[in-house]
Design a protein around this ligand. Sequence first.
Ligand code: GTP
Length: 612
Amino acid sequence: FERDVIRNFSIIAHIDHGKSTLADRLLELTGTIDKMRKGINQQVLDKLKVERERGITVKAQTASMIHSFDGRKYLLNLIDTPASSSRIVGHVDFAWEVSRSLAACQGALLLVDATQGVQAQSISVFNVAVERGLKIIPVLNKIDLPAAQPEQIAAQMQAAFGIDSAEVIQISAKTGQGVDAVLRAIVERIPPPTGEATAPLKAFLFDSSYDRYRGVISLVNVQEGVLHKGDKIASCYTRKKYEVTDLGIMHPEEVPTTCLRPGQVGYIACNMKESSEAHIGDTLHRAGVPVEPMPGFKPAKAMVYAGVYPIDSNDFVKLEESIKRLTLTDRSVEVMRESSTALGQGCRLGFLGTLHMDVFRQRLEDEYDANVIITAPTVPYKVVYKDRIVTVSNPTEFPDVSDATCQVKEVQEPIVKASIIVPQEYLGEMMELCFSHRAEDLDHRYLDSSGSSGRAILTCTLPLSEIVTDFFDQLKSRSSGFASFDYEDAGYKPSKLVKMIFLLNGKPVDALALIVHRSAEQEVGRAWVKKLHKIIPKQLFEVPIQAAVGRRIIARETLSAYRADVTAGLYGGHHERKLKHLNNQKESKKRMKRVGTVDLPQEAFYDMLKTG
Ligand code: GTP
């Protein structure tokens, strides 16, 4: 395939707007998958189990199609971008992945559900696509539904994206109506890739997976030159050299070919042993013929950290192995060992966002086959000293800023620019929600003018730490589920933050330390102390439970003492019953954690942290 018959494109869509259905329909119409096997092939692009369970696309999947049009054969490469989730705490989690997939495209289908309208997440991906100079083809889906409002939503698309509503293609991915017009638009409107076959090889690595037998399989987009089997190549990033042992296109599974030409998208195997060698965004070139690497690729940056511990501390080795196995397929997770006096040996993990954390937690619990304790999420703070800046992502390492000798000039926290799209009647409620989460620079505008059911977009800046806890749940419940939310990185800002610690009988429990904003210390301290009081089992003696900032005690509850003899309440001579109770007590002792003089069951931490 010469490059003038190649079209590289993505589908940008909000969850459930029909991306997978449209992708299936395109694969079917081009004969890439067999209609007869539709049942089996349904949504071949959504592979991972968690994705199916949560109805989201986590890992990008890519497929090539061959389409005959006006007597010519075209090679259409669908480069899948991970979609956002219904629990969108941070579509931004995957923004970097989306932007890397878009870098291999010259165009994108912007798919919007004709019954739902434009959602906040589509706007940020749209902006990335426009910045990258992609040709956008607006598509309205689900026009077969009686509730579809194609004219109104097309007008909304015009207001939100500034596209001409006359360009919008109306389709039903379900019935297939209008999908041929999409294929035509891909061929006619999206420009072919540029790049010369005679130029030195330059291939862009945008995704990778791990195969137990063949090692790392990378997905590449050849920008210039031709890549053959047997070629000796090298990575711009690591400078390591490889030999291409296999290559081909995804049609939709791997189909070997003799070469990949400029503009083509395909897979390569090249005796790369470790998945850590495949750097997403890396540029591959012919060994000995270096090229200028593709610009502007930031490596994934962890924005949310949490400690992960086994409920039974004897299981640490097993937990660590499970984590290692999972990070083979998801290298954007940062892993460090850490230990806690309260929870024993564990790992500190860094995630791209809270959605990423949730997805990983679920995969980890499946893989490890048990629940894990995950400590409260923390964002990375910058602590500015006179002569240096230290990034702190673990509350136990946060300095006591109330101590005059600690030499801290200021503390900075990560800030995001948030967009919320809601029906106008919820605008007031959403503004209140944002203000209660320390929003600044609040602004709004209307996307359409059809009374209170019309939509408005609200933008503001928020501290990232404010949205990693319950912000999203509140956003959904306070808008009856109608609000959509997205955010992007907006740098760091000085902030009045303090470390809060919790004391049991005067001894700090390290795993529970938190970093909170000064204005919220009373509220947070009281709430956690109450919760601890509810969850911690009674001890042989009275236990004060306290929240403290520096030397100041913010909140206190007292756990009253409990009578020691578990058999005391059992009258009569039921010896066996007594014995059973004593054994039970012994059994639960094993899982007890001693914090100072207080015995805590490990499960208490799970219960406490699970509910945030
Ligand atoms: P993610 O993979 O989570 O991003 O979702 P998606 O955008 O891929 O959505 P998907 O294709 O899974 O479609 C979501 C739901 O909408 C499914 O139940 C589809 O059957 C349905 N659907 C998709 N397209 C149409 C359409 O044109 N008409 C109707 N009536 N339903 C559709």
